[in-house]
Design a protein around this ligand. Structure first.
Ligand SMILES: [Zn+2]
Length: 68
């Protein structure tokens, strides 16, 4: 078995992080409050996008309809 090591590529894909993720948190004093709901499927770090009548997860497609 001989595994060839691939040379490091200069163009490594960076982990895609939304630049607007800070909007999902609200910091008041020392407390951090989440403004958005997290996806029940994907877990922490995956927030549901808010639509007029529903919340959706862009990662897995989960959608939750708002109830009054
Ligand atoms: Zn999800």
């Amino acid at each position: 078995m001989s595994e060839q090591k691939q040379p490091q590529q200069p163009q490594q894909k960076k982990k895609k992080v939304s630049p607007q993720v800070w909007k999902f948190y609200k910091v008041s004093g020392a407390e951090l409050t989440r403004l958005k709901k997290e996806c029940p499927r994907c877990g922490k770090g995956f927030f549901l996008a808010e639509h007029r009548d529903r919340l959706t997860c862009g990662n897995c497609g989960y959608s939750s309809f708002k109830s009054k």
